[in-house]
Design a protein around this ligand. Structure first.
Ligand SMILES: [Fe+2]
Length: 282
């Protein structure tokens, strides 16, 4: 589904007050959107292999798909509803502004962090370049080693993944050295890694924490599930608190009260002009 379904934008079955309680997010066992979510993960966990991820790095590593500013990319996300997300069913650009505003309230002195909120999901423009949702959205996990227990639907979605029949890729460490560092790990392909690469290619002048948060914000099996410790370096453990701090706002600012985007735009345009101006290569 590429456009927002107007009948789903307002969800009368969700009590906005109840939705603010933490326990009601990331519910993968029940809820009105569950079939869509499971289908996305089944496809992802079947087709995300070492060869597949390498082919996507090659395909998108030239940044020849589109020329556009950050704000144009934010607006493009209005055409996208994330089919892996059991919590929201409204256009992604609202989520970008909600996350950014949550961070701004809690960290008023860190303007780079506000901008991370706006930027973090822009890699989802991949879906608008024709990529299937299972190669764009959802939680990420390392390919090239056995999936660990906290991966969503771990026991019911990997049986057709050919890497798990391959002895090089199916042990706990798989193709990696112990504590090699996440920057040497090949993550399942999606909007996190793509946006990280876009930021590097276009030389965003944001601090290293910003690059790191965006690259790993969907790696729930690590930052929330506490798995994959055997791949982490001391640098990863030093960065983890930043990813976790970001995640609070990514998750708990999701609510049906949609922000007034037009009044927020000038502030964020100022941050874009400061850290990532001009027309970018995507
Ligand atoms: Fe995301």
């Amino acid at each position: 589904m590429m456009g927002p379904d107007p009948s789903l934008v307002y969800r009368p079955d969700v009590d906005p007050e109840a939705a603010k309680h933490k326990g009601s997010f990331r519910n993968y066992t029940s809820g009105p959107l569950l079939d869509r979510v499971f289908t996305t993960y089944k496809l992802m966990h079947t087709h995300q292999t070492v060869d597949f991820v390498r082919s996507k790095h090659a395909q998108f590593g030239g940044f020849s798909y589109k020329k556009m500013t950050v704000m144009e990319a934010v607006d493009l996300l209005d055409g996208l509803v994330d089919e892996s997300d059991p919590d929201v069913d409204f256009p992604n650009s609202f989520h970008a502004f909600q996350t950014a505003e949550g961070i701004r309230k809690a960290h008023p002195d860190k303007d780079w962090f506000h901008l991370v909120g706006l930027l973090h999901d822009l890699g989802k423009v991949l879906a608008l370049f024709g990529e299937p949702q299972w190669a764009v959205v959802g939680d990420t996990f390392p390919v090239g080693c056995r999936p660990q227990a906290s991966v969503v639907f771990c026991n019911s979605t990997f049986q057709d993944n050919t890497d798990l029949q391959d002895p090089r890729y199916s042990t706990e460490l798989g193709m990696y050295q112990p504590h090699c560092g996440l920057d040497r790990v090949l993550m399942s392909w999606g909007h996190d890694e793509y946006m990280y690469q876009v930021m590097k290619f276009n030389k965003f002048s944001l601090p290293p924490e910003a690059f790191y948060i965006i690259r790993f914000h969907s790696f729930y099996p690590w930052h929330t599930g506490n798995d994959y410790q055997q791949l982490c370096s001391p640098q990863d453990l030093a960065m983890l608190p930043w990813v976790q701090e970001f995640n609070k706002f990514d998750l708990y600012t999701k609510c049906p009260d949609l922000p007034d985007v037009d009044t927020l735009r000038p502030y964020y345009q100022g941050l874009i002009d400061k850290y990532c101006p001009g027309i970018l290569s995507w």
